[in-house]
Design a protein around this ligand. Sequence first.
Ligand code: M6R
Length: 369
Amino acid sequence: EKGGYDYFMLKEIAEQPKAVADTLLGRIDGSGSLTLDEVRIPPRVLREIDKIVVVACGTAFHAGMIAKYAIEHWTRIPCEVELASEFRYRDPILDAQTLVIAISQSGETMDTLMALRHAREQGSKVLAICNTNGSTIPRESDAVLYTHAGPEVAVASTKAFLTQLVACYLVALYLGQVRGTKWGDEIRAVIRDLSSISGAVERVLGTMEPVRELARTLASKNTVLFLGRHVGYPVALEGALKLKELAYMHAEGFAAGELKHGPIALIEEDLPVVVVVPSPRGRSVLHDKIVSNIQEIRARGARTIVIAEEGDEAVVPYADHLVRIPATPTLLQPLVATVPLQVFACELATARGNEVDQPRNLAKSVTVE
Ligand code: M6R
């Protein structure tokens, strides 16, 4: 049932190109527009939405953080992202013009369920992004956009995450389309890029052997840090979460711009630091700033593991290890940048003799608050 792989996690990592393609299937029509008929919230209601709040936990929360960048960019609707477990306890401001998006692979996470119940009690509409047909969260929501990752068995979420990202992009683009905000060449172009993104994920998977080798050499380390900016920041957080869960190592993700406000004090000789580098083409200012960050930490002895777009030559002199990912539009980069981090964590767990599919103390779905 593991399809020839040693672990479900490896199988699920390998299934990502298909999971991504399946989640797009039937949702883009021949003219390159989105047809999300499943989102039963009428366009009239969607046009009146003046705030979006995303609630989720763990890996799904990281998908939500990335959704915020996409939603605000393509729709200009203010968007907040909140850990589901924090949400209702602070009496959030919600009304009928608020759209709450609840992201959950299992559809049974109690924290997320309680958050959406609270939102509906306040009159907000709830759209679920979920991987499990007929589970509680979609049943209790006003609408659902299913991710089509197929069953995810390993406790550490991989393919569900990539499909949650796809679903978030679809929602953001759809809202842009329905509301006419910024609708035009850029949205159309991104829909086209999304259609070919599964091939890019496949290409990354084909180049992972050096990442595995590197992970094995780090098995005795205590700490790994992850840095990113813009959508690379949630990717860094996701890389750190995977490493905590699987390798039981101290791992932290930071927004690279925050380094100088504290975390740079952690840098010491031979500390592995993974840096997710934004495309030099898109927000090139951010690219240049992160290249300076890499220089700074390397000057302080860090061992830099740099994840950068193919053709990005500026990072080469400062990368102790360089992992190449295909060029994508800025907002879509997490779909390719996350994959090496999953492989890295999985291999480190194996090298440390940990149980990959069933990490200690964790359950696949957390049905208690
Ligand atoms: O089923 P959900 O997506 O609601 O689960 C949320 C988190 O519990 C989940 O993502 C968790 O963080 C994973 N173990 C991460 O790999």
